[in-house]
Write a protein that binds this ligand. Structure first.
Ligand code: ADP
Length: 302
């Protein structure tokens, strides 16, 4: 018996957002509106999304021993995430410094802070939590060596889901463990190598599968997603919705997918559920604030 449906290994950031009339140039100071602080980071987003849906979810992450770290822990706990594997200290909590102009264009500086200090040793020390999870999911806002350590520490039979964001080339041992590798268009192009990817998403899915993962999911925003494994490529429809803010939609999609796969769903069926969770998430502002409960996930289109 597993204690957790899903263990997320990844980042937790405070997003510090200021609205400005015009984003500053070099050497320039501009005055902005009031600061808004939102809990974020792909790892924390995924954990909150899964827990909100009802998955028994834990997060392995590192935050600073500071106010932003406490804000993140509060938001994780209020969504129902088990935070016993969230480590504190060693560096300030990761932050994203975001300025947004009236047209919605933004400039972002990320300070990974404590996320960069989540080490192989931390993964080894968390062997008990890793062994208690049916599915483990990760992203790349923590060191790649740490993700490799997760793959090496996975018990036999534990499913591994990776969203390689921000994208970079992956070692063969990580690729081979992914079931699935979940990418958006940008991530697909980077992993396939610029200039060689073409414009056909089904071609990306097949090209990515040839790199070694057991299965691949390509998310296509309002167009839904493609799933691909040895049996071929299948399209997963999206749900037409009024999109208000797509921030964090991919994180909600991946969390929902990982959870449904762990519950025994086949890839197309789990991706179809995840697409409905992603669609619900884009109808509300923010990332974690926008994630639906299971009761709020729209039913499949007739
Ligand atoms: P990312 O946020 O990583 O760029 P996508 O934009 O592909 O990822 O979104 C992830 C998933 O969320 C999509 O596969 C889709 O299911 C859902 N989604 C995103 N944008 C929309 C939209 N405008 N309408 C309906 N569903 C959407």
């Amino acid at each position: 018996m597993y204690d957790y449906d899903l263990l997320v290994v990844g980042s937790a950031n405070a997003d510090l957002v200021v609205g400005v009339e015009r984003r500053p140039g070099a050497g320039e100071t501009v005055l902005g509106g009031d600061l808004a602080v939102h809990p974020g980071g792909k790892g924390a987003n995924q954990a909150v999304a899964a827990a909100r849906l009802g998955a028994r979810t834990a997060l392995l992450a590192r935050v600073g021993d500071d106010g932003h770290g406490r804000l993140l822990l509060d938001s994780l706990r209020s969504a129902g995430v088990d935070t016993s594997a969230v480590l504190a200290g060693g560096a300030p909590t990761g932050v994203a410094l975001i300025t947004v102009d009236p047209s919605g264009d933004n400039s972002i500086v990320v300070s990974p802070g404590a996320n960069a200090r989540l080490t192989e040793g931390d993964v080894q020390a968390a062997a008990g939590v890793l062994g208690a999870a049916r599915v483990v999911s990760a992203q790349l806002e923590i060191p790649l060596e740490t993700v490799s350590a997760v793959v090496r520490a996975l018990p036999e039979g534990t499913r591994f889901v990776l969203n390689p964001s921000p994208p970079r080339p992956l070692p063969a041992e990580v690729l081979a463990a992914c079931d699935p590798l979940v990418v958006n268009e940008h991530e697909a192009r980077v992993l396939l190598g610029d200039g060689e990817s073409g414009d056909d998403p089904a071609g990306w899915a097949r090209g990515l599968l040839a790199l070694g993962p057991r299965s691949v999911v390509v998310t296509l925003g309002a167009e839904g997603a493609l799933v691909c494994d040895a049996s071929g490529v299948r399209a997963v429809p999206s749900l037409p919705v009024d999109a208000v803010d797509t921030t964090g939609a991919g994180d909600a999609f991946t969390a929902a997918l990982a959870w449904r796969l762990g519950a025994g769903g086949e890839l197309p069926e789990a991706a179809a559920y995840a697409a409905r969770v992603g669609a619900a998430a884009v109808t509300r502002r923010g990332a974690q604030e926008s994630y639906p409960t299971a009761a709020e996930v729209p039913p499949p289109a007739a």
